[in-house]
Design a protein around this ligand. Structure first.
Ligand SMILES: Nc1nc2c(c(CN[C@H]3C=C[C@H](O)[C@@H]3O)cn2[C@@H]2O[C@H](COP(=O)(O)O)[C@@H](O)[C@H]2O)c(=O)[nH]1
Length: 341
């Protein structure tokens, strides 16, 4: 990890050198002010991870931690070429799309007696078994199914060989440090090495590794082995939804040239200059929103460092983006097919 800048330092470096993506200070302030009264809402709380999301595991248990590890190992690339033709998974009478289609497929498999969250199982799954477990209820399959198969086998084998087959072992090794757990994940599981080179500097985003730590924190309700004293050291998770909502809210802006490419549906490669600028500026922008929010409360004599951090801001903005798809349709997502987000 030493060779690469941390996600926070990467974001600063990228934002300072970005040409096609700009963080709008005024817009950042506006968003922080708009969120001021939301901080005490359940949408902005650790408890919201369970209470607002029926597919997330509800128990505090080893099974829940291993469920999170499986979900975040496969937590990438759900967007579809055409909005009206996408992978959907039906679970308990309800249709789920995008990231939630993954969770619905995991729970559907568990209900069918398939031990999909067990490393001993997914380390040796065949491609056909992976296709079956993650099958769509439309004629559009989940994207990158072959990569998902390869990553399941690779990750399951490592978890068995080095950590006794349970992610709980990694959590205990982290000794209640989010950054230590992040390091364990990135150093041991190759598919989590979400890194790039920008202007000759090695930068990192670690989107799936960071959301894995955050989701572990949430599943354990911030207690016991999940009581991470340094959870505020994490950044938001640079996916393809957060940039969209930041531009929609006016906290970030794309150059005309980049906006034109996005509207044309141009495919980017992971690590492209503009793709790195979108991801790095999103992280930096959200860090500034957090800082402003804390400052607004400080002016009222309130220290909200326990209630405001990048993880809770991310969860809030991601859910907001999900609920405001229609309002955001004029801001295209940036299209990348990769295993990192
Ligand atoms: N920044 C950030 N990105 C997140 C998540 C989640 C879901 N996690 C939490 C959500 C509720 C629970 O609290 C889970 O913990 C998925 N993604 C990313 O979004 C993309 C999928 O989008 P769509 O195609 O619209 O489903 C894809 O890149 C996926 O990797 C998050 O929370 N933050």
């Amino acid at each position: 990890m030493e060779a690469f800048l941390s996600p926070k330092d990467s974001a600063k470096f990228i934002a300072e050198n970005s040409q096609d993506v700009l963080v709008e200070e005024q817009g950042v302030r506006k968003v922080a002010e708009a969120l001021f009264d939301k901080v005490s809402a359940k949408e902005f709380s650790l408890a919201g991870w369970k209470s607002l999301h029926e597919l997330n595991p509800q128990a505090v248990s080893d099974d829940a931690v291993n469920w999170v590890f499986l979900a975040d190992t496969l937590n990438f690339s759900f967007w579809s070429e055409h909005e009206d033709r996408k992978c959907l998974v039906k679970y308990r009478g309800k249709m789920y799309s995008g990231y939630w289609s993954l969770c619905a497929a995991i729970n559907r498999a568990l209900d069918a007696g398939i031990p999909i969250t067990s490393a001993a199982y997914y380390a040796t799954m065949t491609l056909e078994q992976v296709r079956h477990v993650f099958r769509s209820d439309t004629d559009v399959p989940m994207p990158l199914i072959e990569e998902r198969h390869r990553i399941l086998n690779e990750t399951g084998t490592i978890l068995l060989e080095k950590f006794g087959g349970s992610f709980v072992t990694c959590v205990k090794m982290s000794e209640k440090s989010a950054l230590k757990l992040l390091r364990i994940v990135v150093e041991n599981f190759p598919s989590y090495r979400d890194e790039a080179t920008f202007k000759g500097t090695m930068v990192s985003f670690y989107k799936r590794a960071q959301i894995l730590v955050a989701d572990t924190w949430s599943a354990l309700e911030g207690k016991g082995d999940g009581c991470f004293g340094d959870i505020s050291s994490l950044t938001i998770f640079a996916d393809y939804r957060i940039p969209q909502v930041l531009v929609h809210l006016g906290a970030m802006r794309y150059s005309d040239e980049l906006m034109r490419k996005l509207h044309e549906g141009v495919m980017f490669q992971s690590g492209d200059k503009q793709e790195v600028e979108i991801r790095g500026c999103s992280i930096w922008c959200c860090g500034l929103i957090c800082d402003h929010l804390l400052e607004l409360y400080k002016k009222k004599g309130q220290n909200m460092s326990e209630r405001i951090n990048a993880v809770l801001l991310d969860y809030y903005l991601w859910d907001y983006a999900r609920d405001h798809r229609e309002d955001m349709k004029d801001i295209p997502i940036h299209r990348v097919r990769c295993i990192y987000y």
